[in-house]
Design a protein around this ligand. Structure first.
Ligand SMILES: NC(=O)C[C@H](N)C(=O)O
Length: 305
């Protein structure tokens, strides 16, 4: 089993060493599995349980003060499952895997997705808050009503844009605006065993996004993608990643015969040119693993052979 994991593209964290230790543990845990799908799930579950990353425990808080998690997983046979907007779910990737295995669908969202999660035995009332997220939210001065217009006004006052995290024409400057360089981030894993691949991504989304916002992570081809040539998992400015389907791009480069490192670099270069925004991607191809980012940092770990 060959496996690569990431802990999110963004600023340079103030706690790189303990984060790296968790990433190494996740990669080693995944590499112990014999099936790529088990490998990415095991690795991502370690990261979802760590408060140092924006996935599961430690997830980002939306404008209504709730933490909602998203995840997606795909295998080389193009079987796929994803979930969006799950409040109280520490392990959305396990729910995504169940969507892949148990339903004829590719994506479940909202209250009924929570009921589905419960029905497959996944806990749905987990406390995803950490001291760090409580402190950050305490300074947020959030809107006092449920009116989406008030929430949008609040977003505008925070970001100078209607889109949390900033996207669009001034993407480069806006994507870092309002972003704490110590933010812990989205997680992902891509695994290969022989000619079998799996790719997975899990997140709490972007901090202070409009309640109900869903980013790239559970969107096929954006936050994750997998095909017979290999798999990819992306992280970074979610709206921009979705606009250009970053993970699909990386796999397309594998399909064109490029190695994993070249595929990752080419996809990030195209992403930067098209959006002016920042992101990272990890890739597994038939021969090798690769990773690239144009943000300040993106921690990764590799394990197996
Ligand atoms: N930092 C991240 O990777 C966030 C994630 N891409 C999202 O937009 O939900």
């Amino acid at each position: 089993m060959q496996l690569i994991v990431h802990g999110g593209a963004g600023g340079v964290p103030d706690d790189p060493e303990p984060r790296q230790a968790v990433l190494d543990e996740a990669a080693a845990t995944g590499a112990n599995e014999s099936d790529p799908l088990d490998a990415v799930e095991s690795a991502v579950r370690v990261l979802e349980s760590s408060p140092r990353f924006n996935a599961g425990v430690g997830g980002a808080v939306q404008s209504d003060g709730r933490i909602r998690t998203d995840a997606g997983v795909m295998t080389d046979d193009r079987e796929v499952g994803a979930v969006a907007g799950l409040a109280g779910v520490e392990h959305p990737l396990t729910v995504a895997r169940a969507v892949r295995a148990e339903t004829p669908h590719v994506l479940l969202a909202g209250d009924r997705a929570l009921e589905f999660a419960e029905s497959v035995g996944v806990e749905t009332d987990a406390d995803l808050w950490t001291d760090r997220s409580r402190e950050k939210w305490a300074d947020a001065d959030p809107p006092e009503t449920d009116d989406p217009t008030d929430h949008l006004d609040w977003l505008r006052s925070r970001f100078g844009s209607t889109e949390a995290g900033g996207v669009g024409e001034n993407a480069e400057s806006e994507s870092d605006e309002g972003r704490d360089p110590t933010d812990h981030d989205t997680v992902g894993a891509v695994a290969r065993q022989g000619d079998r691949f799996a790719a997975a991504t899990s997140t709490g989304g972007r901090w202070f996004a409009l309640a109900g916002r869903v980013g790239d992570v559970p969107q096929i081809g954006s936050g994750f993608y997998c095909a017979p040539a290999g798999g990819a998992s992306a992280t970074g400015a979610g709206e921009d990643i979705a606009r250009v389907t970053l993970s699909r791009r990386a796999v397309r480069h594998l399909e064109a015969g490029r190695d994993a490192q070249t595929a990752a670099e080419s996809a990030i270069e195209e992403f930067g040119e098209l959006t002016g925004s920042s992101a990272g991607v990890i890739v597994a191809g038939r021969e090798s693993l690769g990773s690239a980012f144009n943000s300040e940092g993106m921690q990764t770990s590799r394990a197996g052979r």
